[in-house]
Design a protein around this ligand. Structure first.
Ligand code: AMP
Ligand code: MG
Length: 398
């Protein structure tokens, strides 16, 4: 059994291993309206310059800077959506609206607020430089320039970018298939009535939700009994997917047989322990050419280890270029202490608008009610013991 890694060592190992050994995913083409949050599978390039023509970024008059200040004659107007075909000669002005192409001859825009008008005469006291309030052609992008890279997730702003360049259909990577295998003799399905010594299977449901959010497609397997042949048959089935997630059965108990089964299937174990809480006995490795995670079975351990490690693996297998941990910082509303040595991920509530976070009291990693009251995990550094009220602390959103 390998030694325990620190949180950041383990994360780096997962990211490096998956990045270097992942197959290129299959691709599919979708209408742009269905491509939100998918991963773009080919560079998207500008079909023309943006903007294609120099345009005004203010309402006002288009003039020659050399004529300023002074009195000018209005010779016409140009509005957004109009093709142009008008020009401004010496001592002439063209009324112009935001977004309209700058008339030939004009080289600066004087804002409407800085102009007094009398009939077709305008006067301004402004002194301006050529180019003021004009966005030159190609200022945002040049024709042919890559605007969204292959491997980038289609956020709403990238959807806007693809719409702008007339990308009616988007070529995206197919979702990786992620098998979910819960284990444990005490686990019953959610439509069953558990005996007092049994618990309903919540991990399959939290994991399926997390898989979905990571861009994967969940393949749910039946719960494996803590028995060799049954567990082995289901693990073999799970290894047919692109990634296998197991919950439970990776601690040191007599019936924690997941690692034995995987070892018999020729698994290479890259991680067997991480200095985190919850989730210390995390297992990560590869068998039959597929990556797997053995996530500790307590619900908080399963959720946290998924977010910290499996999420990045699924994102990378889904064709993303990178898989950053989406941390933010918030101010503690109370003093906070923990025992150093492990990086802890504890339920917390991030408050609306205030950038403030409050730890949610809990009884330990089986406390789903506390997790459900929380909306985030507070991240307590393994090397620190205490934080004061008002100090910034990293927070991982649920
Ligand atoms: P294990 O990691 O197998 O030792 O499981 C630790 C504890 O997590 C068990 O005692 C169960 O109470 C709980 N647990 C394991 N699997 C699940 C599951 N699928 N859904 C809910 N709780 C679970
Ligand atoms: Mg178990």
């Amino acid at each position: 059994v390998a030694t325990a890694l620190t949180f950041s060592e383990a994360r780096r190992l997962v990211i490096e291993t998956v990045s270097s050994a992942r197959p290129r995913p299959a691709v599919e083409t979708l209408p742009l309206s269905e491509a939100f949050e998918r991963i773009l599978a080919a560079d998207a390039r500008a079909d023309r310059d943006y903007p294609p023509l120099a345009r005004s970024i203010r309402d006002g008059i288009a003039v020659r800077a050399a004529d300023l200040p002074g009195e000018l004659e209005i010779v016409g107007e140009i509005r957004a959506g109009q093709a142009g075909g008008i020009s401004a000669g010496p001592r002439q002005a063209v009324e112009i609206m935001t977004g309209a192409p700058v008339p030939d001859g004009a080289d600066t825009i004087v804002m409407i607020e800085h102009v007094t008008r009398d009939g077709n005469r305008v006067r301004t006291e402004r002194v301006q430089q050529p180019g003021d309030f004009i966005q030159p052609a190609g200022a945002e992008a040049r024709g042919g320039q890559v605007l969204v890279r292959c491997g980038e997730p289609l956020t709403f702003s990238r959807i806007a970018m693809l719409a702008t360049i007339g990308c009616v259909d988007a070529t995206v990577f197919s979702r990786p298939r992620v098998a979910i295998l819960a284990t444990g003799d005490e686990i019953v399905e959610i439509d069953e009535r558990p005996e007092p010594f049994q618990v309903r299977n919540s991990n399959t449901y939290s994991l399926a939700s997390q898989v979905r959010r990571s861009g994967g497609e969940a393949r749910i397997l039946p719960v494996a009994r803590d028995e060799y042949a049954h567990t082995r048959a289901l693990i073999e089935l799970g290894l047919e997917a692109d990634l296998l997630l197991l919950s439970g059965g990776v601690s040191a108990g007599k019936y924690d047989i997941v690692e034995h089964v995987l070892a018999d299937l020729g698994a290479e174990f890259l991680i067997t322990r991480v200095k985190i809480q919850p989730g210390q006995p995390l297992v990560f490795g590869r068998a039959r050419g597929k990556f797997f995670f053995g996530l500790p079975g307590n619900p908080a351990s399963t959720m946290v280890t998924f977010e910290l490690f499996a999420r990045a693996a699924i994102e990378l297998l889904g064709g993303r270029n990178e898989a950053p941990l989406p941390l933010l910082f918030a101010r503690l509303t109370s003093e906070f202490r923990h025992k150093p040595g492990l990086t802890r991920f504890l339920p917390a509530r991030l408050h609306a608008g205030g950038f403030e976070v409050t730890p949610v009291p809990w009884t330990g990693s089986s406390d789903v009610p506390a997790l459900a009251r929380a909306n985030a995990f507070l991240v307590a550094d393994a090397e620190r013991e205490r934080w004061e009220t008002g100090e910034l602390i990293p927070v991982l959103l649920q």
